[in-house]
Ligand binder design. Structure first.
Ligand SMILES: Cc1cc2nc3c(=O)[nH]c(=O)nc-3n(C[C@H](O)[C@H](O)[C@H](O)COP(=O)(O)O)c2cc1C
Length: 168
């Protein structure tokens, strides 16, 4: 079975849950999707395709996700790679599109990654650590803005494309 890495980086679990749902959909496409914390990924050679997602914090990707790209440029260039990030909260979150931070955009271009998907995020007052997080989580931005239908539809598209691009 074709192994697909679904790696994530975040701080409060919202991005991990997106990765888990993506993996479920990929398995429905007959793929062996394996969810991993980006910090635990030491190489990508064993995977035929890679999905990598990061939470956005202060317009940046989490360092573990950036490191995964930086440390595996050569191997990633040789396999299809899909990127997503999760962050926008509040009104308009589900239709917002955020461009990749500059450093990540450069890496994405080097590895010829597919177009990046933006998914809404989750700001949960119960999980907020630090003054900025507590402030953000207390107003109109608070809530869960992850659009599971959109996430599943994107994952179905990835699943179909992995099946056509990777020899099973
Ligand atoms: C301190 C802080 C800064 C944030 N900065 C951004 C940002 O720059 N852009 C954005 O779209 N979302 C931003 N967010 C929203 C997070 O990306 C969102 O809550 C996300 O779902 C968190 O994912 P995680 O649970 O995997 O950490 C920020 C959230 C916090 C608490």
């Amino acid at each position: 079975m074709t192994a697909v890495l679904v790696a994530y980086a975040g701080k409060t679990g919202g991005t991990r849950e997106i990765a888990e749902v993506i993996a479920v959909v990929l398995r429905e496409h007959g793929l062996d999707a394996r969810v991993r914390d980006a910090a635990d990924v030491t190489g990508v050679e064993e995977y035929s395709a890679v999905v990598l997602g990061s939470a956005l914090y202060f317009h940046r990707w989490r360092p573990e996700a950036v490191r995964l790209l930086e440390h595996n440029v050569e191997a990633l260039t040789r396999r299809p790679v899909w990127l997503f990030h999760s962050g926008p909260c509040g009104p308009g979150a589900s239709t917002a599109r955020v461009s990749l931070p500059a450093r990540v955009a450069l890496l994405a271009a080097r590895i010829d990654a597919e177009r990046t998907a933006t998914f809404g995020g989750r700001l949960d007052p119960g999980r907020a650590r630090g003054i900025v997080a507590r402030l953000l989580s207390s107003g109109r931005m608070a809530g869960d803005f992850r659009d599971w239908d959109r996430i599943r539809a994107w994952a179905r598209d990835v699943g179909r494309r992995v099946r056509t691009r990777v020899p099973l």
